[in-house]
Design a protein around this ligand. Structure first.
Ligand SMILES: NC(=O)c1ccc[n+]([C@@H]2O[C@H](COP(=O)([O-])OP(=O)(O)OC[C@H]3O[C@@H](n4cnc5c(N)ncnc54)[C@H](OP(=O)(O)O)[C@@H]3O)[C@@H](O)[C@H]2O)c1
Length: 228
């Protein structure tokens, strides 16, 4: 059985690289984008084993429609990869950060992710080995020295990590993980990043297909557990 894998925000960057890797490995990948045509174009680029869905994670109706489409098409979902995110405040200082920017960031990166998990939980429950992968960032870690970079984004990724822990408790049958792809050359990461999107996607692909179940509820980078 080829696992059915939904990747949000998968028309470019790390999501697209993961979609390509997973399709090559035989998975049935569903590429999601706010723009249905962009999703269809990305699907055509990869070729067989891929389909597309329009999905704006900030819109309840869009998420519900996507869940309905996937239920009709596949009847279940094996892996939900929550890859969509926004970074609006790269070099913004915390003291100048507009509350609206923090709210918009949390609305996509955290509330949007929760909305997708809620909508797809019934389809994941039909899988014999369901997984949720939340694409987070080491920028959300509480472990190291305090940092001043991108406060809204970092706060959102810390909150996303707590969402991973909450989902782990709420969904005992699902293997839930947070992961960090590392700093990658994407629209979000910029051209100075040391990693390719393909390298960043490797952990996502591994978590989707072969990571041991003992890693349930952990934060993972480069195929290893890292501190929250
Ligand atoms: N790049 C890095 O260095 C880096 C480092 C650590 C973590 N990450 C994380 O890795 C993930 C992918 O990042 P990336 O660098 O590949 O970013 P990217 O190229 O900017 O792609 C982000 C994707 O998010 C989607 N998106 C944004 N708002 C959305 C919404 N409301 N609904 C649905 N989709 C939405 C976009 O899809 P559409 O426009 O097609 O809808 C876009 O394809 C993110 O979670 C990011 O935080 C990245």
């Amino acid at each position: 059985m080829h696992p059915v894998i939904l990747i949000t925000g998968a028309t470019r960057g790390i999501g697209f690289a993961a979609a390509t890797q997973l399709a090559t490995r035989g998975a049935q990948v569903i590429i999601a984008s706010r723009d249905g045509k962009r999703a269809a174009d990305a699907t055509a680029q990869i070729g067989s084993g891929v389909s597309s869905v329009a999905l704006d994670i900030t819109e309840q109706a869009s998420v519900a429609a996507a869940a309905k489409q996937i239920e009709q098409q596949y009847g279940q979902l094996d892996v939900l990869a929550n890859n969509s995110a926004i970074l609006l405040d790269h070099y913004q200082s915390l003291l100048d950060l507009k509350p609206e920017v923090l709210l918009e960031t949390l609305n996509t990166n955290v509330v949007g992710t929760l909305r997708v998990c809620q909508a797809f939980a019934p389809l994941l429950a039909k899988s014999h080995a369901p997984r949720i992968i939340n694409v987070s960032s080491s920028a959300g870690q509480l472990d190291g020295e305090p940092q001043a970079w991108a406060p809204a984004y970092c706060i959102s990724k810390t909150a996303l990590n707590m969402l991973t822990q909450q989902l782990t408790a709420a969904l005992p049958e699902v293997i839930v993980n947070s992961m960090c792809p590392g700093w990658c050359q994407t629209e979000m990461g910029g051209s100075d990043a040391p990693r390719t999107p393909d390298e960043g996607a490797e952990t996502l692909t591994w978590l989707a297909l072969e990571a041991p179940p003992e890693l349930r509820g952990k934060f993972v980078k480069d195929l290893m557990v890292i501190p929250w």
